[in-house]
Write a protein that binds this ligand. Structure first.
Ligand code: GLN
Length: 535
């Protein structure tokens, strides 16, 4: 009998139902019942990874320790489970086809006709089983992106069908997430879309074991009975998922509905302990009962789309709860920010974050934001491009290096204070070629960073091509911008600070990727603390 059990999460009726949050919440409950759990996301698009996708298309690109550029759902998985994910946790159709086509070119298929079934489906199944075969997990939850019925989902659904058959009863189950819409005119919840989407799934040979029903109103006994009867699912396996005020409520809501109990029963497993969620609920208590409020500005060029800065917003939530304060984040479009309106736009803000990004759109606004924070002693956190903008601002306005810039924005700048990394110079492909994943960084003592981390050696995740140009380090340091964190092997500057400012820190890495509910990121916690003090 296979050791690892598999749970597949499919979606029906519409996209954006929050499969990732349901998968993460279930995983949380199973984890706190004593099981080791991980979650994998299968994305049916042809991009090899979302690293080449514009944030407007697909929200933030999340980065793992081992340097995978992944779907933002992996961020939720890590934040909920407090455990890192890896390359194996996100697989796209592009990656599947790339592997199969490479094998075909090598002649591995020995003259056979290469087809979706069995070659593509075999590769999908192999990718699903990789995590289970590590022996590290009792349960692997695999979320299938997209909506059942989409052409691109078909090979995935077929792979799930085959795996359920191969793994046998009680070893693999399917949870189908659907929408039960409310018709205001009829004052009724409607089950028909769910019936149709289950029918769609069944046509592919997969019957859901559990239905999780997203709804704006409670589903009553009658609706539960109807859904059970027409969708061929036990009544206790009809799980209501009502709109929640925060995603962090969902594990408790799922527990109340008994999702973890039905799952364990169907997998023939017994909880090793009662899922108490003590630390989780302590976070929720702080999160929901803040002792005050502060306003933080988030300056970026993708602010129209909140998903573009998902991990930053969640890291702020974690840090706010830790400081027992409600943080209102004011999104400020960097393209609309200038010398004339910066004072007005930043009125009432206790702290400023300048966001990561690529390309020159909006960078002059970001530089204005840095200048305002620096001159007005407002706590400032610059992340990746935000840190690079802080160096440029300082070079221009304190060192008087006219037109100082990054060579990303101006190749012929006379003062390239931010320049392309040496090992990037020969790189031509865009996908998966940045400096990615976790790298060590050594902190100087008696600095803001050291005070926040409480240690001298840290490990943070990166996603960039350009770097602080060490040729300017003497000038910058003498004028007061100090490199307080450096990669011990390569000497790349990872952190800059202004010691004569209440809290001014720029980081070349992305601290937001490592913040979790149970482990809020120290830099965000300290930044929020400084912002409270500044209020
Ligand atoms: N565009 C910058 C670089 O590539 C910053 C990247 C980022 O903010 N993630 O170095």
């Amino acid at each position: 009998m296979p050791k690892t059990k598999y749970i597949f999460v499919t979606g029906g009726v519409t996209s954006s139902l929050g499969k990732g949050i349901i998968a993460a919440s279930l995983a949380k409950l199973l984890q706190s019942s004593g099981f080791s759990v991980t979650i994998q996301k299968l994305d049916p698009y042809i991009n090899v990874d979302p690293g080449t996708l514009n944030p407007y298309e697909h929200g933030e690109c999340f980065v793992t320790d081992d340097g995978a550029e992944t779907d933002l759902d992996l961020g939720h998985y890590e934040r909920f489970l407090n455990m890192p994910t890896s390359q194996a946790n996100n697989v796209t159709t592009g990656r599947i086809y790339q592997t199969v086509i490479n094998k075909e070119r090598r002649g591995d298929y020995l003259g056979k006709t290469v087809q979706i079934i069995p070659h593509i489906t075999n590769e999908i199944k192999r990718r699903i089983k990789i995590l289970g075969e590590t022996g590290d997990f009792d349960i692997v939850i695999t979320e299938i992106g997209g909506t059942v019925g989409d052409i691109e989902s078909l090979p995935y659904v077929e792979s799930v069908r085959q795996l359920q058959w191969e793994l046998g009863e009680h070893n693999a189950i399917v949870i189908h997430l659907t929408l039960v819409p409310y018709l205001a005119a009829a004052k009724e919840l409607k089950t028909k879309p769910t019936q149709h989407s289950v029918k769609e799934l069944m046509q592919s040979g997969v019957s859901p074991d559990i239905l999780v029903c997203r709804t704006e109103h409670h589903i009553n006994e009658g609706i539960r009975r109807k859904l059970a009867l027409f969708c061929n699912v036990e009544k206790e396996a009809i799980i209501e998922s009502i709109d929640a005020s925060t995603i962090y409520d969902v594990p408790n809501l799922m527990r109340k509905e008994g999702l973890d109990k039905v799952v364990l029963k169907k997998l023939n497993l017994k909880a090793k302990e009662e899922p108490t969620l003590i630390a989780w609920n302590k976070f929720l208590e702080h999160y929901k009962n803040p002792k005050g409020t502060i306003n933080i500005g988030l300056v970026g060029k993708y602010v129209e789309l909140q998903d573009a800065y998902k991990s930053i917003l969640e890291a702020i939530n974690h840090a706010g709860a830790q400081n027992e304060i409600k943080v209102n984040v004011h999104s400020i479009h960097s393209e609309e920010l200038n010398k004339e309106n910066v004072t007005e736009k930043f009125k009432g803000l206790s702290g400023i974050i300048v966001a990561p990004g690529f390309g020159d759109r909006g960078i002059e606004g970001k530089i204005e934001a840095v200048k305002f924070a620096r001159e007005n002693n407002i706590p400032f956190l610059g992340i990746c491009l935000g840190m690079q903008m802080a160096v440029i601002e300082f070079a221009r306005n304190i060192l008087n290096l006219e037109n100082a810039n990054s060579t990303e924005m101006n190749l012929s700048t006379s003062h390239p204070v931010i320049d392309l990394m040496e090992d990037q110079k020969m790189v031509t492909d865009k996908g998966g070629t940045m400096r990615l994943g976790a790298w060590e960084c050594k902190l100087k003592k008696n600095t803001k960073a050291y005070k926040a981390y409480g240690t001298t050696l840290i490990n943070e995740r990166h996603r960039h091509r350009y770097e602080y140009n060490n040729e300017y380090s003497e000038q910058l340091t003498n004028a007061g911008l100090i490199a307080t964190g450096v990669n011990p092997k390569t000497d790349l500057v990872e952190i800059i600070e202004l010691p004569n400012h209440p809290w001014f820190v720029g980081v070349q890495y992305h601290p937001e990727y490592k913040s979790t509910v149970l482990n809020p990121h120290p830099l965000f916690v300290d930044f929020i603390k400084a912002s409270i003090e500044n209020k």
